[in-house]
Write a protein that binds this ligand. Structure first.
Ligand code: X8Z
Ligand code: ZN
Length: 610
């Protein structure tokens, strides 16, 4: 949990049975293994050290991941206790002061080391910084507090009118209810986990900051952005730039949406959109408003199993191997049967348990468009795990080039699977389906598309920076949260929300993947760059209307990025693949045709909420 908390277990893995010719045939260019005759003594020292560290890290990682998997899929005091114990065992190794000291000493001699070696050592310091045993009491306290928080989060029971409801139930109700009183009750029920999680989060803020400070970081946010090689201010500026560039489109979408919702609910047009009018519990995406692109009816005869299988077919069609056979029996893919006492985490995640071939996903898939998208996202992670699991990538570097690459592959998969020609080719849409291109582009812009940026780059990034980097007093947390929701998203709570609620804590990541969420915004931008390249340069089709299905050249393009894992700087990997630095260009171009349409629709309406 501590290394890379649970949402997408992007750091976990090892020697996948490279069953596929595809993965084996890689033209992988890592640093060549050093030969005894010409190896410098410092390099030899580092090689011996890293051989031991990689093997032990991988072994302890598996023990911890297995314990965390049990705790997340079947919450119980015994599973929590095992998870905390396994976490402490791993910390005792990766955070060991002798290990930290040797890593630092070797890094002082970096001129005598290969690039691959330096990358492993730097990564090791980041891993150690999550659980530094220079302060064993602090690290143990953090592990215990993280475990306790996950236990509350994963076993929380939502109640609606006195009855227990699942997260899927809440989402399904918000998707279909047109009764504002009912919607408000559902929305309020969805916020009841906040007070239960508040005390734990207050405690964790201090423990996380304390742990980060132990290794010289100013705070926990600074430690997390270090995996991109940037500072907190640089990361916030990057995200603010995304919002600035997309602002004209967002204001048009916001205006169109509030008029649409006011009409739907027969209400006056508000300045800001009431949160319970939107289907998503946090208004992070605005589903269900573009009727011409509603795929719900096409899932009527589909099963949840088909949904997951279709995501695997997306990849096998591109020339990737099937997932390891153990994925199916070991994963936990579907909702817990009604009436079962078992409690499991309700948020989708992908896990690389042994940094090898034990790859699993935790979901609660139902046959609907939302889970179709999410299953494709999760399998994007799975195929990245598989891609960088080979001998040329040491376990320490079996990870996304940066965290946004991982989320970006998930989102790229989801975007590609949302294209009309693709949906026809897999038979979800009938071959003679007459698509309204604008409706589909609008749907994409609403979910996840553009509002998501104001949620991720705006509310989530700034609020977490405030609590970690600026130590915002806990009695101001909820006020600041709703201030940002109003400022960035143009959304408001149905009524005043006092400090007792702790609404940010209702979002999974705030608890179990802290100071990470800006990653999803960077992933959106990155996803569009890859998609733009694939559509224009490989498929030679319009990015808004293209079909990846069965194209081996697309598979090869994706694979070449995936196989590198974290063995090269992410900026170089991106530039080598697309010829570009990180840029919103492709994202802006993707939605350009929609902006004109929205401007026409919004003629005469006041734009925005200020
Ligand atoms: O958490 C996720 C994935 C798992 S990494 C399902 N996502 C974010 C969220 O749900 O808030 C995907 C996009 C945003
Ligand atoms: Zn993900």
């Amino acid at each position: 949990m501590l290394l890379r908390p649970r949402v997408c277990r992007t750091t976990r893995a090892w020697v996948l049975r490279l069953g596929s010719g595809l993965v084996l045939s890689l033209a992988f260019r890592a640093a060549p293994p050093a030969r005894a005759a010409d190896t410098h003594p410092t390099q030899e020292r580092a090689d011996r050290f890293l051989a031991l560290v990689n093997a032990s890290y991988q072994a302890l990682y598996y023990v911890e991941s297995e314990a965390q998997w049990k705790a997340a899929t079947d919450v119980s005091p015994a599973h929590d206790a095992s998870s905390a114990t396994a976490g402490k065992a791993r910390a005792a190794f990766v955070g060991n002061p002798a290990l930290i000291q040797e890593t630092k000493q070797l890094l002082l001699l970096r001129r005598e080391l290969t690039d691959l070696t330096i990358r492993q050592l730097e990564r090791l310091l980041l891993i150690a910084a999550e659980s530094p045993m220079t302060n064993p009491q602090l690290t143990a306290a953090r592990i215990e507090a993280e475990t306790a928080q996950n236990s509350v989060l994963n076993s929380f029971e939502f109640k609606l009118a006195g009855k227990t409801v699942t997260a899927n139930d809440l989402d399904n109700l918000l998707n279909r209810s047109t009764d504002l009183a009912e919607r408000r009750a559902v929305w309020e029920a969805s916020k009841t986990s906040g007070p239960a999680l508040r005390a734990g989060l207050v405690k964790l803020r201090d423990l996380r900051n304390g742990v980060a400070q132990e290794m010289g970081y100013s705070d926990y946010f600074a430690l997390q952005v270090a995996s991109y090689g940037v500072t907190t201010d640089e990361m916030l500026k990057l995200n603010d730039d995304f919002m600035r560039v997309l602002q004209p489109l967002y204001l048009q979408l916001h205006t169109w949406t509030k008029y649409k919702l006011a009409e739907k609910f027969k209400q006056p047009v508000p300045h800001r959109i009431p949160a319970h009018w939107i289907n998503n519990r946090w208004a992070q995406e605005w589903d269900g408003l573009s009727e011409g692109a509603d795929l719900t009816p096409f899932f009527k005869d589909r099963t949840a199993e088909w949904v997951v299988k279709s995501a695997e077919t997306f990849y096998t069609g591109l020339g990737f191997p099937p997932m390891p056979a153990s994925f199916w029996p070991k994963s936990d893919l579907y909702p817990v049967a009604a009436g079962s006492p078992r409690k499991k985490n309700s948020h989708a995640s992908a896990w690389h348990l042994d940094l090898g071939s034990d790859i699993r996903s935790l979901m609660s898939v139902e046959p609907n468009p939302w889970w179709f998208t999410t299953a494709h996202h999760e399998l994007g992670h799975v195929y990245y795990f598989m891609g960088y699991t080979h001998p040329a990538v040491p376990p320490l570097l079996r990870n996304g080039a940066n965290p946004a690459f991982h989320e970006g592959f998930g989102e790229l998969t989801a975007l590609a699977a949302a294209q009309v020609p693709y949906l026809k080719s897999v038979g979800l849409l009938p071959a003679d389906f007459q698509a309204d291109d604008t409706a589909f582009l609008l749907n994409n812009a609403l979910s996840p598309g553009i509002p998501f940026i104001y949620w991720s780059s705006g509310v989530m990034a700034h609020w977490e920076a405030d609590i970690y980097a600026k130590n915002l007093p806990a009695n101001e947390w909820n006020k600041r949260w709703w201030h940002y929701v109003g400022e960035f998203q143009g959304v408001e709570a149905p009524a005043e929300r006092g400090e007792e609620f702790c609404d940010p804590a209702t979002k999974t990541h705030i608890n179990d993947n802290p100071a990470f969420y800006y990653t999803y915004a960077v992933a959106q931008v990155f996803k569009h760059q890859l998609h733009d390249y694939i559509a224009k340069k490989i498929l030679r089709q319009p990015p808004q209307n293209c079909n990846y299905a069965g194209n081996r050249e697309v598979g090869e393009f994706i694979r070449k990025i995936m196989v590198q894992g974290q063995t090269a700087d992410w900026r170089k990997i991106l530039r080598d693949a697309t010829g570009e630095d990180l840029s919103t260009r492709a994202m802006v171009e993707y939605y350009a045709p929609l902006r004109q349409w929205l401007e026409k629709e919004n003629t005469g309406r006041p734009i925005g909420w200020k």
